[in-house]
Design a protein around this ligand. Structure first.
Ligand code: BT5
Length: 252
């Protein structure tokens, strides 16, 4: 793939033709002491995964990358870096999209083009004790060439959205550069600037949504994000704070 020369000095790129999963490789490297900024990419994944063990379809031609970080922050605060990754993907994709295409962020960490999922982000971490983090892996998949036709939430790719062609390495570098920008802002200023940028393109804000939770489904109005990144769901006069779940349009 790329020699990494277009990347900020923070990153050390390890490019693979094929892996089980770039997140798994990043976790293996984390366990053997790899530093923050280790960046793993693969042309295809045999066992790409999403949240809760779901499959991430990983055909050749799409982007699969994982960034290893060791922020001196809590596990809970570090989850906010999923928003940094979504913003990075969004900023990398925007200049490629045709006029009139709509790019939006879907809580917690998806990126949508014209209402369809073009990118998924998976955060995995290990605590070091006292709520601190040992390592955090930010895994990012972006569909350039292909997408699954039968996913539960409709999907798309850059090609299907009519975007300008882009080389994998150019997109990897653009995502990494933008992620690094948002990571530094987060280290310096906390979640507030990420929250503001994310909300400016939030999918379904102010509208009725359905959230699937481990204990069942909840419907309400998507009222925004709290200052930690939790989704705020207004159900009648009550406001519920949701930290994990899957968002769909409301049934009614
Ligand atoms: C995600 O999970 O969206 C996070 C996906 C993270 C993938 C990256 S690729 C690099 C790194 N290495 C990995 O092994 N993972 C990361 P979740 O929100 O759970 O969504 C998963 C669901 O998205 C699946 O159940 C499908 O319905 C759908 N899906 C699967 N493959 C897709 C694709 N290529 N494009 C769009 N949707 C897909």
């Amino acid at each position: 793939m790329t020699d990494g020369s277009g990347l900020p000095a923070f990153f050390r790129l390890h490019g693979f033709a094929e892996l089980d999963s770039t997140n798994e490789e990043a976790k293996r490297q984390a366990a053997s002491g790899a530093p923050a900024g280790t960046l793993i990419s693969a042309l295809t994944q045999r066992a790409g995964h999403g949240r809760r063990g779901r499959v991430w379809v990983s055909a050749p031609g799409n982007l699969y990358m994982s960034i290893l970080l060791r922020p001196e922050r809590s596990v809970a605060a570090s989850a906010q870096l999923g928003f940094a990754a979504a913003l990075a993907v969004g900023e990398a994709l925007l200049p490629l999209l045709p006029a009139g295409a709509e790019l939006a962020y879907k809580w917690p960490n998806d990126v949508l083009v014209d209402g369809r999922k073009i990118s998924g982000i998976l955060l995995e971490s290990q605590a070091a004790g006292e709520g601190r983090i040992d390592w955090l892996v930010v895994g990012i998949g972006v569909n350039l060439a292909s997408f699954p036709e039968t996913s539960e939430y409709p999907a798309t790719s850059l090609a299907a959205a009519g975007a300008a062609p882009v080389a994998l390495e150019a997109l990897l570098e653009a995502v990494a550069r933008s992620f690094h920008f948002w990571y530094e802002r987060w280290l310096l200023h906390g979640f507030a600037p990420l929250r503001e940028a994310w909300l400016a393109r939030a999918h379904g804000l102010g509208r009725p949504i359905r959230v699937r939770l481990p204990e069942g489904e909840s419907e309400g109005r998507f009222a925004g994000l709290d200052k930690e990144g939790a989704l705020l769901l207004d159900i009648g006069t009550a406001r519920r704070r949701i930290t994990a779940g899957d968002v769909f349009p409301a049934a009614r």
